[in-house]
Write a protein that binds this ligand. Structure first.
Ligand code: FAD
Length: 115
């Protein structure tokens, strides 16, 4: 099994993460013999090979399954629709910036404090 990551390290975005999650993941990956390729962008899949662009040039990974886990984008459309129609509208949580539950709760705390 191989993890292909476009950033220069795993878990590079949306942090800081809870240590119990990140430390466990960092230990489980080598423990299970999973190979990690960082700074690599997946370009496509054809005839049983995943094509990747790495810092050392193009490479292919032979595989019969590919799992995409490439993250989420914020969707602010509801906020943009109503923000000028109601006296107070706040954007928070994943709609403001995709992160995790801790950040969503912090956002809510800040907003609630200001009301
Ligand atoms: C697979 C997965 C695993 C995750 N695991 C973790 C984890 O282990 N730990 C962690 O901290 N974070 C985790 N996260 C991230 C975490 O779930 C989010 O950061 C957090 O839920 C964001 O909270 P939120 O309230 O901003 O948005 P959400 O939890 O997405 O809540 C928004 C709600 O609004 C509703 N909604 C949307 N549009 C409308 C509308 N027009 N009218 C009414 N309701 C609407 C949605 O249905 C949803 O219920 C995970 C996320 C995913 C996808």
């Amino acid at each position: 099994m191989t993890i292909v990551e476009v950033m220069d390290k795993l878990l590079a975005v949306n942090g800081p993460l809870c240590h119990s999650n990140s430390d466990m993941l960092k230990e489980l990956i080598p423990f299970n013999g999973i190979k990690v390729i960082t700074s690599a962008r997946v370009k496509g899949y054809a005839r049983g090979a995943l094509a990747c662009e790495t810092l050392d040039g193009e490479t292919t990974i032979q595989c019969d399954s590919v799992i995409l886990a490439v993250g989420y984008d914020s969707n602010r459309s509801l906020y943009e629709d109503i923000r000028f129609d109601v006296p107070q509208a706040y954007l928070l949580g994943d709609a403001r910036r995709v992160a995790n539950i801790m950040y969503a709760i912090w956002d809510a705390f800040e907003v609630a404090n200001g009301i």
